[in-house]
Design a protein around this ligand. Structure first.
Ligand SMILES: [Zn+2]
Length: 328
């Protein structure tokens, strides 16, 4: 992920701030625990001085004293554990609460950028922090089947809107479960009328994969073509660099395809983007109101053929949830 200097500094500062906050929170927790259970402070002091003596004995090569110290330390740790349980502190109460356990909020693992750093860079460059807020509201734990009825039957499939969405959710779960597993490469194409949960479902997937440490970029079709055109026509350096991420991130979500102003530029760029990601075996999710036939009419047969041979097509069916919510 190419970042300019000020973006890089901004990220590093945010990691520093995170570490400071972790430390501060931990100190507060420890202070509280010592107040509640003074014996804990004594134990911690004893552990600290025993550890220092242990190091000294180790240097002296005094094995006998060393083993008795080890026993002593183990006994202190056990007593501490028991006290924590007795006073109902969580087992990890004395551990820093990292937002990323993998790099302990340093942003790096063995000198390489952690997955959380890569995503933080994406969020910064594409100002996707709003996506995070949306994902707090829209994810599998808030997904509701209540808006899908058993009675609305899709004449084309004979399935109710409830059965259709249940099947769609299963496919989404499969997509997540097998994401980037060897020999598995899949993409999703959600289509159907406005307001029946296409974007919600792609958000559910985004949340799961982000939590699992994958890089995810979300764009409306309008934003995507806007960025692509900046790179091509303006030769804007940042925009050219971001092209690379659009082709290489683990998951690209293109929302509302067909609502942008399409022309020969968007048509060729869409093909290039989808094709490039297929070649790199990077997954894409498209949501749109467009039927397959319209897709071919607007974006060409080439785009249709890439999608129909590489994507799982999920047609949703039902009533506009936004209207249902309003009428309840
Ligand atoms: Zn990390």
């Amino acid at each position: 992920m190419p970042l300019n200097n000020s973006q890089y500094d901004q990220l590093i500062r945010s990691y520093d701030a995170k570490q400071l906050k972790n430390q501060h929170d931990l100190e507060q927790r420890v202070r509280y625990a010592y107040l509640k259970v003074p014996r804990l402070r004594e134990i911690d002091n004893a552990i600290a001085s025993a550890s220092v003596s242990q190091a000294r004995k180790m240097l002296d090569g005094d094995t006998k004293a060393l083993s008795s110290l080890k026993e002593q330390l183990a006994a202190y740790r056990k007593e501490r554990e028991d006290l924590l349980v007795r006073y109902e502190f969580p087992a990890d109460y004395f551990e820093p609460a990292y937002s990323c356990k993998d790099c302990k909020d340093t942003g790096f693992i063995n000198g390489k950028r952690c997955h959380c750093f890569k995503q933080a860079a994406i969020d910064l460059v594409y100002t996707q922090s709003n996506l995070k807020d949306i994902l707090i509201r829209e994810n599998f734990s808030t997904f509701s089947y209540d808006y899908y009825s058993d009675e609305d039957i899709n004449p084309a499939t004979g399935l109710s809107s409830f059965a259709t969405v249940k099947d769609a959710v299963e496919k989404c779960r499969d997509f997540i479960l097998n994401f980037q597993s060897p020999g598995n490469f899949s993409n999703l194409y959600f289509y159907g009328d406005t307001g029946i949960g296409k974007t919600f479902l792609s958000n559910c997937i985004a949340k799961e994969l982000l939590d699992a440490g994958y890089s995810v970029i979300y764009f409306t079709a309008f934003q995507l073509f806007d960025i692509l055109s900046k790179g091509v026509f303006d030769k804007d350096e940042d925009a050219v660099a971001t092209h690379q991420n659009i082709y290489t991130c683990d998951l690209l979500i293109i929302d509302d395809l067909g609502t942008e102003l399409y022309n020969s530029f968007t048509t060729s760029q869409l093909f290039l983007c989808l094709n490039e990601r297929i070649l790199r075996k990077k997954s894409t999710i498209i949501s749109t109101n467009l039927e397959m036939k319209q897709l071919a009419d607007i974006y060409s047969e080439r785009v249709l053929s890439r999608i129909s041979s590489n994507y799982t097509i999920i047609k949703l069916f039902g009533r506009d949830i936004r209207l249902l919510k309003r009428s309840r």
